[in-house]
Write a protein that binds this ligand. Structure first.
Ligand code: SF4
Length: 70
């Protein structure tokens, strides 16, 4: 589980199909060979959410800490 001020991000390795969209397209956040491999401080929350939504397997998920006003 990874958190910044706004969101919590979870990663399920059993679901990940290693398509590597995350590591290729936002490599400063989703880092290979670095622990912890997700650095939520490296980009804006909006950019991170946009990338998470592209994860084809659903291995990456996020939730807001507080309910967003609609
Ligand atoms: S984009 Fe999703 S499926 Fe692809 S490597 Fe990242 S977590 Fe795994």
């Amino acid at each position: 589980m990874f958190r910044n001020k706004e969101i919590t991000v979870t990663y399920n390795p059993q679901v990940c199909i290693n398509a590597e969209h995350c590591a290729r397209e936002l490599s400063h956040v989703f880092r290979q060979a670095v622990i912890p491999w997700i650095n939520l401080e490296a980009d804006t929350t909006a950019n991170i959410i946009s990338q998470i939504k592209k994860c084809p397997s659903g291995a990456l998920q996020f939730s807001y800490h507080k309910k967003q006003a609609s």
